[in-house]
Design a protein around this ligand. Structure first.
Ligand SMILES: [Zn+2]
Ligand SMILES: [Zn+2]
Length: 255
């Protein structure tokens, strides 16, 4: 049976607006202890460093994926184009991918995701390079409707099984479109949108949905419950950033 589960666009990110603090008292280091401080900050904290050419003139995007949910090549190409459109990185934007073991869970909590990052992340911010880590898990989030989360300044998790299960079929949005939308939307949060590290040049934050744009046609819109990302994308291109969001990026060192 084909199920038509509706996923509101506002669920695509459940961004870690939570400041992640370490309360673990046991002997083993916590997941966050393994990350250098440059990569262990709140979402949006590196917006300027990601957008501008100084102090980092190159961006390394590392994607670690579980078997059966390898990234869609066209979605990755669209992400590359998106980044080249808005980021000043004179020494280049490089996206690399490597497969990791399937952790075998049907559901991943934020703590699970942080531990996987700690185990598998190899690229960090150093020298003239700023690094971003994107984890593709073959499972769902503790909230099954969430497609992606931005949980640190340079860390994103994509719930690729949820995407696979609900796209690419007859009458469904293309997997490329859904995956590209999730990747670009989450990157938008790391770039400081909306009011999350890239100061607003004009007020456009959705008062009811913090850190999202009030333009329903914008990539950074937090869509109403009656709308639906997968349905929304059928026959439509990936939503673009609107002028208010672009202006915020430009004002914070982007282009
Ligand atoms: Zn969001
Ligand atoms: Zn916008």
């Amino acid at each position: 049976m084909i199920s038509h589960i509706r996923f509101p666009i506002w669920m695509i990110c459940w961004m870690g607006m939570i400041l992640l603090s370490c309360h673990k008292q046991d002997q083993s280091p916590s997941a966050s202890d393994h990350l250098p401080s440059a990569n262990n900050q709140a979402p949006g904290a590196s917006a300027h460093d990601l957008l501008s050419d100084s102090p980092y003139n190159t961006l390394q995007v590392e994607i670690a994926y579980m078997p059966d949910v390898a990234p869609d090549a066209q979605a990755i190409q669209q992400l590359q184009t998106f980044l080249e459109t808005y980021l000043h990185k004179s020494a280049g934007i490089h996206i690399t991918m490597h497969q990791i073991a399937d952790a075998g869970q049907s559901t991943y909590s934020l703590q699970d995701i942080m531990q996987l990052e700690s185990r598998y992340r190899t690229a960090f911010t150093t020298g003239n390079q700023i690094a971003v880590f994107i984890l593709y898990v073959n499972g769902q989030y503790t909230d099954a409707q969430v497609l992606g989360i931005t949980y640190r300044n340079t860390s994103v998790c994509v719930f690729a099984k949820t995407i696979h299960d609900n796209s690419g079929g007859i009458g469904q949005a293309s997997r490329t479109s859904v995956e590209a939308t999730v990747l670009e939307h989450e990157f938008g949060h790391m770039l400081g949108l909306v009011n999350l590290g890239s100061p607003m040049q004009m007020p456009h934050e959705d008062a009811a949905h913090p850190h999202h744009c009030n333009n329903q046609h914008c990539l950074m819109y937090y869509q109403t419950e009656t709308s639906d990302l997968f349905g929304f994308l059928i026959g439509s291109p990936v939503p673009a950033l609107d002028s208010n969001c672009v202006h915020d990026l430009e004002a914070n060192g982007g282009k």
